[in-house]
Design a protein around this ligand. Sequence first.
Ligand code: CA
Length: 223
Amino acid sequence: MRILLVEDHLPLAESVAQALRGAGLTVDVLHDGVAAEHALASEDYALAVLDVGLPRRDGFEVLAHLRGKGRTLPVLMLTARGEVKDRVHGLNLGADDYLAKPFELSELEARVKALLRRSVLGGEQQQRCGELVYDLGTRRFSLREQLLSLTSREQAVLEALIARPGRVMSKEQLADQVFGLDEEASPDAIEIYIHRLRKKLEGDSVRIVTFRGLGYLLESTGD
Ligand code: CA
């Protein structure tokens, strides 16, 4: 899953990004409000973490603009300590949660996961397709109760597929989920990850179907 982090304090941005990447997320990091607005308009994010005090355009303006366009992705605001009016203002503008600085990285990670669970999986803790089960709490896949060993790229592809049951995902859409802004997004590399995933799912009750020229879909072969 791909998320956007907008924070102008560079060391903080780096440590937050590292923690979230460690949790298996693809994280784009930007440092000002104008760049954030451009990225939010052009990229497909599952969630945004938005600092309030940002250069060029503050976090409130970015949030108001986003909601004004009808975009519903969850937004976690980072506010200065004790600024109750900031929190209230953010929530009124449509923020889903806030965290006052300074915060523990583990708390931020837990809140991000909770927001993703609510929005992406509709509140479900687990998503399943045949005997393949994805647990959003642990962010692990298992197949017939055995944990599946996946690289972070394979994981991102499979997450994107299992989150959209019955929907064909194009190579470009999958690449958007797998590669961050600062990486060379390569739709052709997706074929390699699909090939590896198929090997890992081989002979089981779930498979990845190719729709030539359109993309891929995850389906259960049983029932
Ligand atoms: Ca700031």
